[in-house]
Design a protein around this ligand. Structure first.
Ligand code: PLP
Length: 437
């Protein structure tokens, strides 16, 4: 098992379900991906380690451009009156987007990846597989936007949505039935950082209905740390706005599958509605993903130190890199690291507000995965679209502070946080340092 916070995959470790945690050796050569003038597939079928794969791309650009060209064109001229070109219209396909999709398929250990205009657009595309009367089983600590979309589908689209505690496989099994056509999971959940056993739930869902589509939102982990498809998920999706791009300068969503027929079913609404990622944003995302490993390694190491700092000073901290996390073992049986998002409680909403407002390096902002460190109160910001009654039912503490750790110097981050804790009156200064009140 890799040391928490180290981000170093261990080639030999296996989870209890027997699934290898190490990056699988996927050879995309010869598969049925859409054609691209700039293929990003392993040279001669060779699969390199992830740090290499992230930056290594192959292409057949006429000028051997080192950076994949941006085909900023809505249309492509055809070779005959009956068509015949590889591309015709960017809503249907664009060479820059295809190159990115092939690159991401390789990195996500998938047979096909699709890129769309946001993480929510990705979930929208996935939920278009549903029909009125279908049942969806999902978590009770979902990202607020996902919750909002599912609520819309249940009130307007005739979809029956069951929100259960997905960290308890027995509770999930209790609502699964032959009518369950989709299971939507997030792990770790956000912002309560609860862990979901993907393998156990995927097996139970497929037993209940062999056609059930198990879909996992992998935004919190990124493909660097977790590959849900290896644990039995049918679809993995991510907000590319977060770790994949890393700089909060674009919106994107990524969907990946191993079943090529399912890939075609997901491509249909992208082409039909036009939510495919623009050529420029595809290029930006391709650039961002190249530094995923160096960013995540630093973010994760910083997050571990900050989680330990808060815990050592008496705060209740939720972070899967801490041994005190109740599902530490489960998380580490699936993932290659703990990620860089953590949350903690102060016991007082006003104190939490003062901490958030006193921090200087930590920007008050929604989202995560950026090179800059961010601080927020989820109930006031990212999860405000979940009404107060539902938040209370789901035991979402109103004073919860979420920290999304960036790549800055860890000492500076801790010093800034410590100053904010003192200014907010959350700690008392003692001879030995500080302690939570
Ligand atoms: N999934 C998770 C876990 C998220 O946190 C977010 C956004 O914060 C999304 C999905 C939606 O992604 P986007 O904002 O790119 O639409």
């Amino acid at each position: 098992m890799s040391a928490p916070g180290s981000g170093i995959p261990n080639a030999t470790s296996e989870s209890s379900s027997g699934v290898k945690k190490a990056f699988p050796r996927v050879d995309l050569a010869g598969n049925n991906l859409p054609p691209s003038p700039a293929p990003s597939s392993p040279h001669a079928g060779r699969r390199y380690n992830i740090a290499t794969e992230l930056v290594f791309t192959e292409g057949s650009d006429q000028y051997n451009a080192s950076s994949v060209p941006i085909y900023q064109s809505a249309t492509f001229k055809q070779t005959s009156g009956s068509g015949g070109g590889e591309y015709d219209y960017t809503r249907s396909g664009n060479p820059t987007r295809t190159h990115l999709e092939r690159h991401l398929a390789k990195i996500m250990s998938a047979q096909r990846a699709l890129v769309v205009s946001s993480g929510m657009a990705a979930l929208d595309v996935i939920t278009r597989l549903l029909r009125p009367g279908d049942e969806v089983v999902t978590g009770d600590d979902l990202y607020g936007g996902s919750h909002r979309l599912l609520k819309f589908l249940s009130s307007n689209g005739g979809i029956i949505v069951h929100h259960v505690d997905t960290t308890d496989a027995e509770k999930v099994k209790a609502v699964l039935s032959s009518k369950t056509t989709m299971v939507l999971l997030e792990t770790p959940t956000n912002p309560l950082i609860k862990i979901v056993d993907i393998g156990k739930i995927a097996t139970a869902a497929h037993e209940a209905n062999p056609n059930c589509i198990v879909s996992v939102d992998n935004t919190m982990m990124s493909p660097l740390l977790l590959n849900p498809l290896d644990f039995g998920a049918d679809v993995v999706y991510e907000s590319g706005t977060k770790y994949l791009s890393g700089h909060h300068d674009l919106m994107a969503g990524v969907i990946a599958v191993n079943d090529l027929q399912l890939g075609e079913r997901l491509y249909f609404p992208i082409n039909a509605s036009g939510c495919g990622l623009s050529p420029f944003d595809s290029w930006l995302l391709l650039r961002g993903v190249k530094t995923l490993k160096v960013r995540m390694d630093q973010q994760q190491a910083n997050a571990q130190r900050i989680a330990e700092f808060l815990e050592n000073n008496g705060f209740k901290v939720r972070y899967p890199g801490l041994r005190s996390h109740p599902q530490y073992e489960l998380h580490n049986s699936m993932a290659r690291g703990a990620g860089a998002v953590l949350s903690f409680e102060t016991g007082d909403i006003a104190v939490s507000e003062r901490i958030v407002e006193s921090a200087k390096i930590w920007a008050i902002s929604v989202s995560f995965g950026c090179v800059n460190s961010l601080i927020s109160m989820p109930c006031r910001m990212s999860h405000a679209s979940i009404d107060a009654k539902t938040r209370a039912e789901r035991a979402l503490p109103e004073d919860l502070i979420r920290l999304c750790v960036g790549i800055e110097d860890a000492d500076d981050l801790i010093e800034d946080l410590q100053r904010a804790l003192v200014e907010a009156g959350a700690v008392r200064v003692t001879m030995d340092g500080i302690e939570a009140l």
